[in-house]
Design a binder for this molecule. Structure first.
Ligand SMILES: Cc1cc2nc3c(=O)[nH]c(=O)nc-3n(C[C@H](O)[C@H](O)[C@H](O)COP(=O)(O)O)c2cc1C
Length: 420
């Protein structure tokens, strides 16, 4: 079935032609109404110079005929784990070895659950399990399904394992009788951009080491009491996870108070106090190409914590605080090749303060977070960041999940990496 793609009208004036440069995309189509949009996605990948091998679940073939995808991709669509006659090559492994990226679009609630659970009961799920490169899921489902705790747990688990997601978006559903809400599959153009980004990013980040700090520090007053803050560690963990996905080596220096399991594949260094965080950053700084300081490090610490528990009977204790070390400023003044990204949490005069921080700390980029803005609460699931580079205009990002914000931050930081 080769050669059929040659018949697709190739627009010679297309600005996207050649963007994928013969990169090989495995596209698993699963059984949702948005499967019709994936026909357009195949067409766009081919127009961008990529190759596509389509796999379909049994349910997907109820929505769109394999013939449509075969015609658009110029390749036989694989649907059967046990085709007759049996092929000489193991069909459940061959596509996984062939592809540079695996895209699941649309990704049904069912498929997401099967992938999270490690099931391999049809060809697409088995290939997805065997595939060792970057995986991108474009979920598409009714808002009732998307918001169900089971689906959200599965998403969380897959994110932790390093699976990438695009969407779903808020808006009209495919079915005319469906209520609008979050669950609409991202548009093929956006998926194509993301495929291109993931493939390009991997070549830029492989052989790079990223040092990420995350979570709160804890400053003891006595053996049982401490000063800390509301940081959940989610932002730093998301940066670490997205950097792993790009193929970087990641050292995550994280406050012990963060209970969540660390992202798979990171080298985890757990610390408690600001002083321990400082020491850990200094110990690993030489190895890294990029430092992202997402931890909420205490600015002050009790000058002399008590060795034994302070007793209520002794009255209100006098608390003298002293300044902790400014780790970002230390890194800025000790860097050789390292790119440096800091976070700033400001509730007023945001941009002005971020600009001052950039200059005074010698950083390349500041991610500015105003926790008083809607959907940007400290410790929450979403964030609204403004990225302030040392050499350009601030970029105000919309409300994003921390995973998406981490992606945007790494994209912005990428250009500050030194040439290798
Ligand atoms: C008309 C119709 C539309 C459906 N659309 C979706 C959808 O958009 N997303 C989804 O997760 N499931 C949807 N389903 C349910 C899936 O098709 C069903 O869970 C199926 O088992 C998925 O199998 P698969 O994940 O192996 O493709 C739909 C079912 C019907 C009957």
């Amino acid at each position: 079935m080769t050669g059929i793609a040659d018949n697709i009208d190739q627009d010679p004036t297309s600005t996207i032609a050649g963007r994928l440069d013969r990169r090989r995309v495995i596209l698993a189509v699963t059984g949702g109404i948005a499967a019709y949009k994936s026909c357009h996605l195949v067409r766009e990948i081919i127009r961008a110079g990529g190759e596509v091998q389509v796999l379909m679940t049994d349910a997907a073939t109820r929505f769109v005929a394999p013939l449509t995808f075969a015609t658009l991709s110029g390749k036989e669509v694989l649907t059967e784990m046990f085709p007759e006659p049996p092929p000489a090559d193991p069909i459940h492994l061959t596509p996984a070895r062939w592809g540079h990226i695996l895209v699941v679009a649309p990704a049904t609630a069912n498929f997401i659950g099967r992938l999270a659970g490690g099931l391999a009961d049809d060809l697409p799920s088995t290939v997805a399990l065997a595939f060792q490169g970057p995986i991108l899921l474009a979920p598409a489902m009714n808002p009732r399904l998307w918001t169900s705790p089971a689906v959200q747990d599965n998403i969380e688990q897959l994110s932790r394992r390093g699976v990438n997601f695009i969407g779903p978006e808020e808006g009209e559903m495919g079915g005319v009788h469906e209520e609008p809400g979050p669950g609409r599959m991202s548009e093929p153009d956006s998926i194509l951009n993301r495929i291109e980004g993931l493939l390009a990013d991997r070549s830029r980040w492989q052989d790079r080491t990223v040092l990420v700090t995350s979570g709160p520090t804890i400053e003891p007053l006595d053996p049982v009491r401490f000063l800390s803050n509301r940081s959940s560690g989610r932002m730093g963990d998301a940066v670490a996870r997205q950097a792993i996905l790009r193929g970087a080596e990641v050292i995550l220096i994280r406050g012990k108070a963060v209970a969540a399991p660390p992202p798979d594949g990171v080298e985890l260094v757990e610390v408690e106090t600001a002083a321990e965080m400082s020491a850990a950053v200094k110990a690993h700084f030489d190895r890294c190409d990029l430092l992202v300081m997402a931890a909420a490090v205490a600015d002050w610490t009790p000058e002399s914590p008590h060795a034994s528990k302070l007793k209520k009977i002794d009255g209100i204790p006098e608390l003298t605080l002293c300044q902790t070390e400014d780790i970002l400023a230390w890194a800025g003044s000790h860097r050789s090749r390292q790119a440096i990204v800091g976070f700033a949490l400001e509730t007023d005069d945001h941009l002005e303060k971020a600009g001052l921080k950039l200059a005074s700390k010698g950083a390349d980029l500041i991610a500015l977070n105003d926790p008083t803005r809607p959907h940007s609460a400290f410790g929450g699931e979403t964030v609204r960041l403004t990225l302030v580079p040392r050499d350009g205009e601030p970029e105000e990002l919309p409300t994003l999940t921390k995973r998406e914000a981490a992606d945007r931050l790494l994209e912005a930081a990428q250009r500050f990496l030194s040439a290798q």
